[in-house]
Design a protein around this ligand. Sequence first.
Ligand SMILES: NC(=O)c1ccc[n+]([C@@H]2O[C@H](COP(=O)([O-])OP(=O)(O)OC[C@H]3O[C@@H](n4cnc5c(N)ncnc54)[C@H](O)[C@@H]3O)[C@@H](O)[C@H]2O)c1
Length: 255
Amino acid sequence: MSDFFNLKGQVAVVTGGGSGIGLKTVERFIAAGARVVMADRDHCSEKASALGATFAACDVSKESDVEQLLEATLREYGRLDILVNNAGVFGAYQKLDEITTDVFERCYRVNLLGVAHGIKHAAKRMQPGGRIVNTASAAGLTGAVSLGAYVASKHAVVGLSKTAAVELGAQGIRVNCVCPTTVNTPMAHEQGGDFMIAGERLLVPLGRICEAEEVAAAIHFLASEECGFVNGQALLLDGGMGCGMTEIGFSELIS
Ligand SMILES: NC(=O)c1ccc[n+]([C@@H]2O[C@H](COP(=O)([O-])OP(=O)(O)OC[C@H]3O[C@@H](n4cnc5c(N)ncnc54)[C@H](O)[C@@H]3O)[C@@H](O)[C@H]2O)c1
C-alpha cells in the first residue's frame, strides 16, 4: 500500500473484528501500518495473531467491557487514535405485527448501546485528531420490510454518530458512519438472507452485493488523517441502488 492514507504509528480498536467487515478492516489497518486491537465477543486470538493484531475479548453491550477494552489499549500502547464501532447483530426477519421484544432488545443492546459505549469511553481517551467510525447500515437511512428491530437500531447509530460529531468536534475528534446495503459476510447469509440477496442483485445497478473489503476501504478513508474535514457523515455504500430501478429489476417486475 502506498503512503497515502497510511496509519503508521497509530493505534486502532475494531469491535466485531473477528469476522466479516471487522476482520477486513483489521487486515486493512495493519497493511496501512497501524497497531490494531481486534475486539470480539467470540474468541479470535489465533486469527488476530496470524494477522499481527492483538485480540481482546469484549461484549460491546456491556459498558464495563468496553471501558476496560479502551483503558487496556491506552495502557498497553500509550495512545488511542481510531475506534471502529463495528460489532453488530442482525436480529431476525419479523414483521412489526409479530416482532418480539427479545429481538428488539438484542438489536438495541449490541447495535445501539455497543456504539454508545464505544463513543463515550473512547472520546475521553483520545487526543485531538482522534477518529471514530461506526458501522451503521443502509437500513439506518430507510425502512426495510421485516427488519424493524434492526432498522430502528441502525437509525439510532446514524443519529448517535451525528450527535457525537457535534459534541466531540470541539475536541478535534471526528465521528462518521458507513451505511452499506447487503454485504457478503456470514451475517448476510443468516436464515432468509439468501432470498434477500437474490432480490438485491436485481435492484443494484452493479448487479451484485457489496464485499466486506469495500466497506473496510470506506472505513479506512473515514479513519484516515487525510479525510480531516469529513465529520458527522453517513456514507452510503449501495452500488447505486438509491439512484433508481435497474432495467433487469423492471423486467422482473412486469414479467
Ligand atoms: N452483512 C451485511 O449485510 C451488513 C450490511 C450493513 C451493515 N452491516 C453491519 O456491519 C457490522 C459487521 O457485520 P458483518 O456483516 O461483518 O457480520 P459478521 O457476523 O460477519 O461479524 C459480526 C462480528 O461482530 C461480533 N459481535 C456480535 N455481537 C457482539 C458483541 N455483543 N460484542 C462484541 N462483538 C460482537 C461477532 O462475533 C462477529 O465477529 C454490523 O454492525 C452489521 O450490522 C452488515
